[in-house]
Write a protein that binds this ligand. Structure first.
Ligand code: COA
Length: 258
């Protein structure tokens, strides 16, 4: 088994801290220890005066398959202090600019974490999905609040109730991503934008971000907690057990008796 230090890589260069999901054999799905490493990386980046901007990136063929489903079964995050919720609170209140380079599937938290990023660049192979209902659970990361605000109610309802993927061009149209580029150029384009930001006044960047986000923060943190309570409860219920077991057994879930 790889260690969290290898699954999450952190690199600092020219004012930019880059956090890379590096568990490609499991499609960059995220375990509890990876969430702890992500939260630590963000807290360190916040405290580090040399870091002005943070970039998230995955692989050219996969951003993240979301929560590790086996880990969910073994270590369900049933309390709000679970690593995933710690990561979400740090992410939602991170004061410096956050960028993401997204190629390939971005499932569950792979998509919902983008609602907290300031700039998002996507490869034309990016596929965004929030299949929480298909897994017998409910939205997380404040997505029940942010998706309707960003996408409009009906598009958010379609994405969250049906859970079907939408591609980079559709994400561009609704404003979830800033630009669509060839996948092999996505990390480079994102780094270029990050470097441009890193050359600006940090105080000015942070004050601008604070003002942009101001009306939302308290409501957002409240919603993250409310979703976490529902999500934790639903994880132990029959629909989620069936959905997760079906995934592990590589079959379609059967909700007909639930
Ligand atoms: N949790 C745990 N393992 C995962 C995973 C996840 N979320 N997503 C993928 N994996 C594992 C698979 O079990 C498989 O492992 P194996 O090689 O030991 O059998 C490996 O990663 C490759 O996955 P596979 O499904 O074969 O890759 P793919 O390219 O055909 O499809 C995805 C990629 C991301 C579309 C698909 O893996 C998927 O839908 N994953 C589940 C996403 C999900 O529901 N996440 C939870 C969101 S809350």
């Amino acid at each position: 088994m790889t260690t969290p230090a290898q699954d999450i890589l952190v690199h600092h260069e020219q004012g930019v801290t880059t956090i890379t999901f590096n568990r490609v054999d499991k499609k960059n799905s995220l375990t509890a220890s990876m969430y702890s490493a992500l939260a630590d990386a963000l807290e360190n980046a916040n405290a580090d005066a040399a870091t002005r901007v943070v970039v998230f990136q995955g692989d050219v063929a996969i951003f993240s398959a979301g929560n590790d489903i086996g880990d969910f079964l073994k270590r369900p995050p049933v309390t709000t202090d679970a690593p995933v919720f710690r990561f979400l609170r740090v992410l939602a209140t991170f004061p410096k600019p956050l960028l993401a380079a997204v190629c390939g599937p971005a499932v569950g938290i792979g998509t919902t974490m983008l609602f907290h990023c300031d700039l998002v660049y996507a490869g034309d192979n990016a596929a965004f999905s929030m299949p929480f209902v298909n897994l017998g659970v409910c939205p997380e990361a404040g997505s029940s609040l942010l998706a309707p605000q960003m996408l409009g109610y009906h598009r958010a309802a379609e994405a969250l109730l049906l859970g079907e993927p939408f591609m980079a061009e559709a994400a561009l149209e609704v404003g979830l991503v800033n630009r669509v580029v060839p996948p092999t150029e996505c990390n480079m384009v994102t780094q270029m934008q990050a470097r441009k930001l890193a050359a600006k006044s940090l105080a000015s960047l942070m004050e601008t971000k604070r003002l942009l986000k101001k009306t939302n923060t308290e409501e957002l943190l409240g919603r993250i907690d409310e979703e976490a309570a529902s999500f934790g409860r639903m994880l132990g219920e029959p629909a989620a057990r069936e959905a997760f077991t079906a995934f592990m057994e590589k079959r379609a879930p059967d909700f007909s008796k639930l």
